[in-house]
Design a binder for this molecule. Structure first.
Ligand SMILES: Cc1ncc(COP(=O)(O)O)c(C=O)c1O
Length: 381
């Protein structure tokens, strides 16, 4: 048996999405910038996808900037705001648990002379509103806090942070990549200035994402050339991928509630399956403020790289936030932010599920974990 349980790394493309994309690939090869009929047909697809996406996020179509994914959206938002607003101040705020496509941009800006405050988290991966309040300065020009964490699933009170920033000059950006399809994203209700998404996390294609930029949020754009995306991102649009992202977001939004119910059932089933087998574990995070598809568990009996290898050999595909650099495993920066230097940071595995998974698959994962546990027990006896 093979079980893929790494859906926060990526999801397969939904059949309806690939069909919608294939139709465009087969029939609409025009360049949306061409003024003839073939170009206009392609432009029509881009425009209507932008309208559909804007409606789903409660944004205006012109507030949606198509990008190659969230990495580019995050780079655009953070560098764009920093460079445009340098004259207003050079202080930036983010958190210790951001995805590297945010974290490394802030580290880069530090080298360019900006000052960055990295907000800490508690042991559940939660950022305190008060810490944000205390970190804010008159010269703060940007705050970036992720909506849902990709490793432990911690959800941040982005709406309350936006409220706090309402009367402050700082722009507020959120990386909502893991939240899409799991929590409603209404940009007006959230009150944020910028929000990043990437389609392959919600059963859409890879290589396409977006940045929502609230009207009036002035950025310095990096990519020069053609006049695409109202001169904010030069380069011929990838029409099939844009169509794919719009179809995927529509499906993810329409089916969100029923999928979430299923995901919560699966999480419950998984935790019970581990308990029934007497496998020792602890959850990293607070289950009540957690994305439904992510479960990050600490197993006190084995190092993560051994576990991932054994699970892979058994056909269970999961991951950890640890990065492999120069042959050695670095503990996850998210778990380190939550627990400090603790063996736990090297003994934790992220399971991320899909609404399509079955109880049989979950049992299979639990059985393989039991085998690893028993093997380790025998060895240590
Ligand atoms: C929270 C978060 N932000 C950003 C990204 C980057 O997305 P992409 O690789 O599609 O650019 C990811 C994907 O791993 C993510 O999980």
């Amino acid at each position: 048996m093979e079980v893929y349980a790494d859906y926060s790394a990526t999801t397969p493309v939904a059949p309806a999405v690939s069909e919608a994309m294939m139709k465009v690939y087969r029939t609409q090869y025009g360049n949306p910038s061409s003024i003839h009929r073939t170009g206009r047909a392609a432009r029509h697809i881009v425009d209507s996808a932008r309208r559909d996406i804007a409606r789903l996020l409660n944004a205006e179509p012109k507030e949606i900037l198509f990008t190659s994914g969230a990495t580019e959206a995050n780079n655009t938002a953070i560098k764009g705001a920093a460079y445009k607003r340098e004259h207003l101040g050079r202080h930036l705020i983010t958190t210790q648990i951001e995805h590297h496509s945010v974290l490394y941009v802030f580290q880069y800006l530090e080298k360019k002379g900006f000052e960055v405050t990295y907000l800490p988290v508690n042991r559940y991966g939660e950022i305190s509103l008060n810490d944000l309040k205390l970190a804010l300065r008159p010269d703060t020009i940007l705050v970036s806090v992720m909506f849902g964490n990709n490793e432990v699933g911690a959800i941040q009170r982005v709406d309350e942070m936006a409220e706090l920033l309402k009367n402050h000059q700082a722009f507020f950006h959120t990386d909502a990549v893991q939240t899409a399809g799991h929590m409603p994203i209404d940009v007006k209700e959230l009150g944020i200035d910028m929000l990043s998404l990437t389609a392959h996390k919600f059963y859409g294609p890879k290589g396409i994402g977006l940045l929502y930029i609230r009207q009036g949020t002035e950025l310095e754009f990096q990519q020069l050339g053609g006049a695409q995306e109202t001169k904010r991102r030069a380069g011929t649009e990838n029409v099939p991928l844009i169509q794919g992202m719009a179809t995927a977001l529509k499906l993810a939004t329409e089916h969100m509630d029923e999928r979430n119910v299923r995901l919560m059932q699966l999480k419950e089933y998984f935790l019970n399956a581990l308990q029934d087998r007497n496998i020792p574990f602890e959850m990293n995070g607070n289950r009540n403020m957690q994305l439904p598809h992510i479960t990050n568990l600490y197993f006190p009996f084995s190092d993560v790289e051994i576990m991932l290898t054994l699970l892979d050999m058994a056909g269970v595909f999961v991951s950890s936030g640890s990065a492999c650099t120069a042959g050695s495993i670095e503990p996850s920066h998210v778990l380190t932010a939550m627990f400090g230097e603790d063996p736990r940071t090297k003994q934790s595995v992220r399971f991320s599920f899909s609404y399509k998974m079955t109880e049989e698959e979950i049992d299979y994962i639990a059985d393989q974990l039991l085998k690893i546990y028993e093997m380790n027990k025998e060895r240590s006896e």
